[in-house]
Design a protein around this ligand. Structure first.
Ligand SMILES: *[C@@H]1O[C@H](CO)[C@@H](O)[C@H](O)[C@H]1NC(C)=O
Ligand SMILES: *[C@@H]1O[C@H](CO)[C@@H](O)[C@H](O)[C@H]1NC(C)=O
Ligand SMILES: *[C@@H]1O[C@H](CO)[C@@H](O)[C@H](O)[C@H]1NC(C)=O
Ligand SMILES: *[C@@H]1O[C@H](CO)[C@@H](O)[C@H](O)[C@H]1NC(C)=O
Length: 810
């Protein structure tokens, strides 16, 4: 039932509806509950709407453009700031009618017709009532129904809007073999767009991009077989439904629970203009209602096909979800509409005059003219240069060899975190002007992102000296790392051209190990170096002499937890690539064995170093910043969003130079899926003392749980007090255990209130830690940490805001 990715939730996204006018949905209407035969609703009386008995839904004419109206159903009460209605159904989305003399009439013969000003019928139900009288009603669930009343207690159903959804499904509205959802064209244009949800011929609920040039299925992920994606092709009943509690089931075995499952709220499921399906709940905010996202199919919006059109690259953006940019040498075709993508600024196919630019960490999905197996880069280049149709090729590392995929269209380009390069063919004068860090001004490569914030930080005005040094230092490490990666790649390519045999995957070594290999590497699992909720960690030496930490996950209790699913998820983890995340080298899945192979970290965990007082203040600050960066990347950069859910000093590892790397991410999803029947997060995770209040109060789990735990870890580093000990030993006056957070807050408050002004920072700092510290820097760190541990998750900053606050203190 789960997607092969680790999804989490986007808190609080407002529905992107804007409309040129809002007059149509004024609530000063005189409600009508039914339309009987011979009567009509007209654009001349726009404020007369059909309203459901409970008042929740209204149906009427909604303005979609200048002098353009559609007959629609919406939530009566305006949600979002701009008072625009949330449309849930439209009769004539592609043929709006004029603002005067257009009308929806229920004819004597039982046909419901929508006529434009000139009487032309633009839409009708094509129904006919034989006996009795037809009546049109809007029901409490948002279904517009046309009944034939003939005195029976059960009136005969002639037509209902639930059978013809537009882009929205309401709770208990069946989605059948005859239904489809089609997205709107854009946020302001409600006509039919390019994305479609439907049951395909194999009975699988699928999403399709049906654009002006190409058509391609993007959900379930096209590189997975249906069964690998957890779908069944056998049940041909083809029915799906979201119930009012927030559970979705489909006959192909796909299903999910929304994050506010069980809470009584009005919901809707919508195929949004960006090609993502989301379930929204109508949530009461202080003065108005809000639509909040409770589930979405894609956490990584760039995986949706067609989003940026041809010849462009989709990257993650925190503000808008995704960002499109033209590939070097191409320019945007339609300045307001990315679905047209980019067009070349050169004459294609000038043989002899062409060269390539490398887009690192970038993949373009599909449109392969040819696949060449086990080749050198030079051979791939030659193959592409000789073919006029070849626009470039994907150069991909696979199990010790490089393959190339020659492409005749550049579509679905997006950024990945792992080693995989796209080579785009361009005329020489354009390829020589390429700067690898920018595509039309936007940064496209994740590892380069690592340097960017550091570069900016020393242009700032007010900053402490020690931090400055540290930042230079960090910057230098970043540059060095990138140089090293380049160097290794160079070496490996050189290697692969000369001695393809003796090749060790250094920069991108993510592979599948056999159980025997790992047993040998660990000397029959003899050297245990750690133990946690997910399993036991052993030290081992791989056949290429690398020292590894090998984690044996607890045996899968759930027999359905198949290899394919494990592989899909572990490869998502393997793709994550950041200097502050532990590197995953590979995995093993054999029978009931599930193992993950990581790089080995010389200095063990932060918990261990804190115990033995090995860290000075400068290192601690560095660890705080590094950990924040690692978590920020996990949450919001580049790839699917991944929650850690168990941030604590034991899961922050230190390399030989005490650089922090976050470990154990993504595992919470891997090892005990079987026990979570109801929701992917129904069971409490994490460690006492570090756990956000959401777990305890059963609130939606978002990335903010990691922010909370991070804040506690920072307070622990600064005070030298473990949040666990605090809870056991220190009783305060009230007799209740005082938490570390309360203790720190109390110290600051006491000092503010006392007559003799002292520095609160000196009172809470761990006196056993050696080294100089900048008072202001440390105060800032404590303030940020306290901000992170706010009870209200919405009051906490995001991890990237934390990075920003640490690098740019006020
Ligand atoms: C909306 O999109 C359709 C289809 O692309 C187009 O024909 C129509 O002109 C657009 N309407 C507006 C108001 O832009
Ligand atoms: C989904 O399936 C479960 C168990 O098979 C069932 O209890 C539940 O009512 C179903 N929900 C819907 C909306 O069909
Ligand atoms: C097919 O799916 C429907 C709806 O989910 C379910 O009621 C039915 O039992 C399924 N049939 C089979 C043979 O599994
Ligand atoms: C790749 O090619 C080289 C030389 O062409 C060959 O020796 C090697 O066996 C090939 N490897 C695979 C896995 O096919």
């Amino acid at each position: 039932m789960a997607l092969p990715t680790l999804f989490c939730l986007v808190p609080l996204i407002l529905l992107p509806f804007t409309c040129s006018s809002s007059s149509s949905s004024s609530s000063s209407s005189s409600p009508t509950h039914a339309l009987s035969k011979g009567s009509s609703l007209s654009t001349d009386h726009k404020h007369v709407d059909l309203v459901s008995p409970n008042g929740l839904f209204s149906a009427g004419f909604h303005q979609v453009g200048i002098n353009a109206y559609c007959f629609s159903i919406w939530f009566t009460e305006p949600v979002t700031r701009n008072a625009n209605p949330t449309i849930v159904w439209t009769a004539n989305r592609d043929v709006p009618v004029k603002g005067k003399h257009s009308k929806l009439s229920l004819l004597e013969n039982g046909n419901l017709v929508l006529q434009d000003a000139d009487q032309t019928v633009v839409w009708s139900t094509e129904t006919k009532s034989t006996t009795g009288s037809p009546v049109l009603q809007l029901q409490n669930n948002g279904n517009l129904v046309l009944h034939q009343m003939n005195g029976d207690p059960d009136p005969y159903l002639l037509w209902q809007s639930f059978d013809y959804p537009t882009d929205t499904l309401l709770p208990d509205q069946p989605f059948t073999r005859n239904s489809q959802l089609v997205s709107s064209r854009s946020e302001t244009n409600f006509s039919s767009g390019f994305f479609r949800l439907y049951f395909d011929n194999d009975n699988v609920l699928s999403l399709l991009y049906n654009g002006p040039e190409i058509t391609s299925v993007y959900w379930p992920y096209p590189y997975l077989k249906s069964w690998e994606a957890g779908r069944s092709t056998y049940n041909n009943s083809r029915i799906a439904r979201l119930d009012s509690n927030g559970q979705f089931n489909s006959s192909d075995n796909f299903g999910f629970f929304v994050s506010d499952f069980g809470i009584r709220r009005h919901r809707l499921m919508k195929l949004d203009v960006d090609g993502n399906i989301r379930v929204y709940s109508l949530v009461d905010k202080k003065d108005r209602k809000n639509l909040e996202v409770q589930w979405q199919a894609f956490s990584s919006p760039c995986r949706i096909h067609g989003v940026c059109g041809p010849n462009s690259l989709c990257t993650y953006s925190q503000e808008t979800g995704r960002k499109c940019a033209c590939v070097h040498g191409y320019k945007q075709k339609n300045p307001v509409d990315w679905s047209y993508g980019c067009e070349p600024m050169f004459k294609p196919c000038q043989q002899g005059e062409e060269d390539f630019v490398e887009l690192r960490f970038v993949e373009f999905y599909g449109y392969d003219i040819r696949y060449i197996n086990n080749r050198t880069l030079e051979a791939c280049k030659k193959g592409c240069l000789q073919d006029c149709n070849c626009k470039g090729f994907q150069f991909k590392y696979n199990d010790g060899i490089y393959d190339c995929y020659l492409k005749n269209l550049l579509y679905n380009g997006y950024q990945l975190g792992f080693e995989n390069s796209m080579y785009v063919k361009l005329p020489k004068h354009l390829s020589s002007s390429f700067h690898p860090r920018f595509i039309h001004g936007s940064i496209f490569s994740c590892p380069d992102n690592l340097i960017a914030p550091i570069e900016r930080s020393y242009e700032g005005k007010h900053r402490s000296e020690s931090l400055k040094v540290l930042l230079w230092f960090g910057g230098a490490i970043g540059v060095l790392e990138i140089l090293l990666i380049h160097f290794f790649l160079y070496i490996t390519w050189k290697d692969s051209t000369t001695t393809a045999q003796s090749y060790f995957p250094i920069a991108s070594g993510f592979k599948r190990f056999t159980y025997a290999e790992l047993k040998k590497a660990t000397h029959n699992f003899s050297k245990e170096i750690g133990r946690g909720g997910a399993g036991v960690v052993y030290k081992g030496e791989l056949s290429d002499e690398r020292i590894a930490a090998i984690k044996m996950l607890k045996e899968a209790t759930d027999h359905h937890h198949g290899e394919a699913e494990f592989q899909a998820e572990i490869s998502t983890i393997g793709r994550l690539n950041h200097m502050n995340l532990i590197e995953t080298w590979g995995y093993c899945v054999e029978g009931k064995h599930r193992l993950v192979v990581y790089e080995y970290m010389e200095n063990g965990s932060l918990a261990k170093s804190l115990l033995s007082d090995k860290l000075n203040w400068e290192k601690k600050l560095e660890i705080a910043i590094g950990t924040a960066k690692g978590l920020a990347y996990l949450h919001e950069e580049c790839l699917e969003w991944v929650l850690h859910c168990d941030v604590k000093p034991h899961n922050i590892l230190l390399d030989a130079d005490y650089n922090p790397k976050v470990a154990d991410f993504g595992l919470s999803k891997l090892f005990d899926r079987g026990s979570t029947e109801n929701s992917s997060f129904s069971r409490i995770r994490g460690t006492r003392g570090y756990m956000a209040p959401e777990w305890v109060f059963n609130l939606p789990i978002t990335s903010k749980v990691d922010v909370y735990s991070y804040g506690v870890v920072i307070l622990e580093m600064i005070t030298g007090k473990s949040p666990l000990e605090m809870q056991q030993t220190s009783g305060n006056e009230s007799g209740r255990d005082q938490t570390l957070v309360e203790w720190v807050r109390g110290k600051i408050r006491d000092n503010n209130e006392s007559v003799i002004k002292r520095e609160w920072i000196e009172e809470i700092m761990d006196s056993s830690t050696i080294g100089e510290y900048e008072k202001e820097t440390m105060k800032n760190l404590v303030k940020v940490a306290l901000h992170c541990v706010e009870e209200d998750k919405d009051a906490r900053p995001s991890m990237s805001q934390v990075v920003n606050m640490l690098l740019h203190p006020e």
